[in-house]
Design a protein around this ligand. Sequence first.
Ligand SMILES: [Zn+2]
Ligand SMILES: [Zn+2]
Length: 335
Amino acid sequence: MRPRFHPRLINGPYGDPGLYVPFLFENRAIIVDMGDTDLLSARDLLKIGHAFITHTHIDHFIGFDRILRIFLGREKNLHLYGPRGFFKNVEGKLAAYAWNLVKNYKHKLGLYLTEVRRDCLLTREYFCQNEFVPITKAVKHSFNEVLYEEPAFRVSAAILDHGIPCLGFAIKERFHVNINRDRIAALELHTGPWLTEFKKALYDGKDVDSEFEANSGKGQTQQFRLGELADQIAMITPGQKITYISDVGYNSNNKDRIVSLAKDSDHLFIEAAFLEAHKDIAFEKNHLTARQAGIIAAMARVKQFTIFHFSPRYTDQAHLLQEEARQAYEEEVSR
Ligand SMILES: [Zn+2]
Ligand SMILES: [Zn+2]
């Protein structure tokens, strides 16, 4: 099976946190946290439509300026989600520049910010033609874990504690549609954009008896019933789930919320700034140890997990953190 999401940490485990999640066969991506993004090309960044920010400590958000710089002058909409105080932080960044020229740009950039509160979501819009001064008040929506949803997948958040509110995120595909390319060839069909339409029809739950047109090449099409075509060329498997946790203290509230958010993830990305030998420092700084990260990964029954955001005090000792997390995971799983 070829997964839809291909998540990768932007930097090495000692670098700024950030996860880049491109979509298979689609010119789009999600980014979670925006520390240093220099390792992403402008082309990579331009695929981003939705950005999810755990908190605005500088190592998680300094990359915003580069994205803004690259997006400016293009017809783009960028949706950003962050914790309480997010409007103020982004407005502060926007207020740092003079915008008298951009309002005349032919291509308009729009920023759609959502601030996640305990009891609601607040959304506010900022457009370059208005010099990024919001012209409307924030709109309030109810919040019940889900931040963003489309037929194929959803992004949920948990509010965690890092001395300040900090968000954890889970990206969950509803189900996965694998296309059998040999069957396509056997039916004398050609691959093409109709396959995206076909998948969309399945995600939208369209009537299986509805007509669907598939491409046979040279401008020719073949008619199928949607359900009949699905039986022939598609294999439906459980959806993929990716969870990202960065910068949290190890307390029972955080632990419960992370375990519930990350439950049964295919891949959990979780910070592990310190070794258990320095758990007092980790506690003081509201960070996890590698052992704590491993225990959480096991409690959430994740299939795979990656630790990152190592303190520079462990330069050249990454293997110690990796080993500690792996051991804790195995101990906890077999308990
Ligand atoms: Zn951090
Ligand atoms: Zn932090």
